[in-house]
Design a protein around this ligand. Structure first.
Ligand SMILES: C[S@@+](CC[C@H](N)C(=O)[O-])C[C@H]1O[C@@H](n2cnc3c(N)ncnc32)[C@H](O)[C@@H]1O
Length: 310
């Protein structure tokens, strides 16, 4: 169960899609002063070295952040995400890649809350240590006082199970990222059931699910199942950097499925996704897709479409 280490994949094309979209979702929430809660049900280690350890094994970042680093024609929305990584690499050399908790921490404000879950005993140690170092660094610079305990809570409990305990959030604003390893089939089932439960408790939250696009049936079915979760509307964006490898191995495509997305996101994606395909694409099958819609069923009267039976 604990074989997955995100360090092997840090900064790859799937991380680029996930973290670029995440930054957009957070920037949108930042447009209003009211505090919100960011929940990361599968947090990982938080920060990854790209020049040592796991990341050097297959150098997957060469499929993602590598080719984007140093580009000077980035679409503005993509530049916001790249600039965040630049801040973590002040020497100008790409050495550190922020995982979702660090991307979020960088742009959440004083009043916002981070709730991070990580089950792997080694990863949670590294995650906690990374935040400890970040806070020490911030305190040295006279920035934020040490805030752990209220602003940031890191838990070693199951993220799927724990999500419901945080909903609805006190300020009635939240963004939830669900990013499991999908190494076990059950993760696909649990994503759907965690979301069904979450939207019952807090229908107006924004929920973002990263998923791999693989041959296995559970993977192909997941987006279709997510289209049935009760929400106002959904957005599904996918990025393929190539067609499938002849041996069927390797991740070439992934997607982000978002429930209750900001209305601005489609336009932003239309600007950025063609650029990502152009820079990261490896063959003629490289592509992106953007779909939007409303849930296929209408169980929740809160979201009944006009004209449908009560
Ligand atoms: C894909 S990684 C997360 C990457 C991170 N969200 C990012 O974007 O930087 C998935 C993580 O979930 C952890 N994990 C697996 N099952 C979990 C569960 N049920 N609850 C919490 N964490 C879990 C794994 O140990 C792994 O570190």
């Amino acid at each position: 169960m604990f074989s997955y280490r995100h360090g092997f994949h840090a900064g790859n094309h799937a991380d680029v899609l996930k973290h670029f979209v995440l930054v957009q979702l957070i920037q949108y929430l930042n447009q209003k002063d009211t505090a919100y809660t960011y929940v990361d049900t599968h947090a990982g280690a938080g920060l990854y070295a790209l020049d040592s350890g796991y990341a050097t094994k297959n150098a997957e970042f060469e499929t993602g952040i590598g080719p984007l680093w140093g580009k000077n024609d980035l679409p503005p929305a993509l530049a916001e995400y790249i600039n965040l990584i630049k801040e973590m690499n002040p020497s100008g050399k790409l050495r550190y890649y922020p995982g979702s908790p660090f991307c979020a921490e960088k742009i959440l404000r004083e009043q916002d809350r981070l709730r991070l879950f990580e089950l792997h005993p080694s990863e949670i140690k590294v995650l906690s240590e990374n935040f400890r170092k970040l806070e020490a660094h911030q305190a040295e610079q006279g920035k934020r006082p040490t805030v752990r305990g209220k602003r940031i809570i890191i838990s070693d409990t199951d993220g799927f199970d724990s999500l419901k305990s945080l909903l609805p959030p006190p300020s009635r604003r939240a963004l939830v990222l669900i990013d499991p390893p999908y190494e076990v089939k059950d993760d696909y089932r649990r994503v759907k059931s965690a979301l069904d439960e979450a939207v019952k408790r807090f229908p107006s939250g924004t929920y973002a699910v990263w998923y791999p696009i693989l041959q296995r049936m559970e993977s192909r079915e997941l987006p279709e199942k997510l289209k049935r979760v009760e929400c106002k509307e959904w957005l599904n964006v996918s990025l393929s950097i190539s067609g499938p490898a002849p041996d069927g191995f390797g991740l070439h495509s992934s997607g982000m499925f978002i429930l209750n997305p900001p209305w601005t996101l489609v336009a932003t994606l239309k600007e950025v996704m063609p650029y990502l395909v152009a820079v990261l694409g490896k063959d003629k099958q490289a592509k992106f897709e953007i779909q939007t819609g409303t849930p296929l069923t209408g169980q929740n009267p809160r979201f009944k479409k006009p004209g449908t039976a009560a």
